[in-house]
Write a protein that binds this ligand. Structure first.
Ligand code: MLT
Ligand code: MN
Ligand code: ZN
Length: 304
């Protein structure tokens, strides 16, 4: 097990399992032009989450989407065995308690040991407002751990994760839970051997100085691409709020910050079905590429 880590031949790597916001693309009940197009010509996008590893042997799921079963089956690294119930999946880290990032935990109830890591308010939400822990406990083998922002968590011989607090946005179902700064976090995954890093922030309300500092020396940023424009939801549906009011900094505001980090590969994920970048022929897609970013896609592999 140690060989890969010792000789430096291996490296931290990640696979984006899903690149869509809650509901996916197409969304089951949506007849908008983008969902119609995705139904007709593809691509289908599953809901945002990724897996990351330092050694290639044990993988960590970051967010558990409701699509997790098909996402695991589509990922060659996650094939179980040789033991009947052996899986390379060691555990789960959550960036928040949103349903599109937590429902997959229910799907993973078939008895393989899973260590679940989340901040205190996220754990609280999953024990009270949406008591997923109590539902899972009788099925056996999950253990729960509190993530402390700023404190690196060692995941394997060469991989560590540090949470960066991003804000107080609570899921709709958790409106009665107390507010606080750790409802949403990003993770900086660091290769302890090469010093390289990948930052994952699928729910980013504002590009703060603290967030910017967490990108220092990183090779990859997988970031909130829910909306392209601040007023996109209102324009598309005649309802909803602004992107920022929903806790999602639009691409038009984050893209100008990418230039401040030469050498950083920026991948947009958690794409909503209103986002014009879903169409590779759109001017907005071209603007992302011209701005030094890229539109994420299901299955994208990133070497740190
Ligand atoms: C979000 O990302 O804002 C939430 O997942 C919205 C939702 O409940 O689908
Ligand atoms: Mn979401
Ligand atoms: Zn749609």
């Amino acid at each position: 097990m140690g060989a890969a880590a010792d000789d430096g031949a291996d490296a931290v790597r990640a696979r984006l399992l899903g690149s869509a916001a809650g509901g996916g693309v197409p969304q089951w009940n949506c007849a908008c032009e983008k969902c119609v197009r995705a139904r007709r010509v593809g691509p289908h996008r599953s809901q945002d989450c990724l897996v990351v590893t330092g050694t290639g042997e044990r993988w960590w799921l970051v967010n558990a989407s409701p699509d997790i079963r098909v996402q695991v089956i589509a990922a060659p690294e996650l094939v179980p065995g040789p033991g009947r119930r052996e899986t390379p999946l060691a555990g789960v880290l959550l960036t928040d308690a949103e349903l599109d990032h937590a429902l997959g935990l229910l799907v993973l109830r078939e008895g393989s040991p899973l260590a679940i890591h989340a901040t205190a308010p996220v754990r609280d939400a999953l024990e009270t407002a949406f008591p997923l822990r109590q539902v899972l406990d009788p099925y056996g083998t999950t253990s729960w751990h509190t993530v402390q922002p700023g404190k690196p968590l060692r995941l394997d011989e060469r991989l560590s994760a540090t949470a960066i607090p991003l804000g107080s946005k609570r899921p709709r179902y958790a409106a009665a839970c107390p507010p606080g700064p750790e409802w949403v976090v990003a993770y900086r995954f660091e290769d302890e051997v090469s010093g390289g890093a990948l930052v994952y922030a699928p729910c980013l309300a504002a590009w703060t100085e603290e967030f910017d500092a967490a990108l220092a020396g990183a090779r990859w940023l997988v970031v909130d691409g829910t909306f392209y424009r601040e007023d996109e939801m209102v324009r598309a549906t005649g309802g909803g709020g602004t992107a920022s009011s929903m806790g999602h900094l639009p691409i038009e505001s984050s893209l100008p910050r990418v230039g401040g980090h030469p050498g950083l590969e920026v991948v947009y994920t958690h794409l909503n079905n209103t986002n014009p970048v879903l169409d590779p022929a759109s001017a907005e897609y071209a603007a992302v590429v011209a701005g030094g970013g890229r539109v994420g896609s299901d299955g994208l592999v990133m070497e740190v």
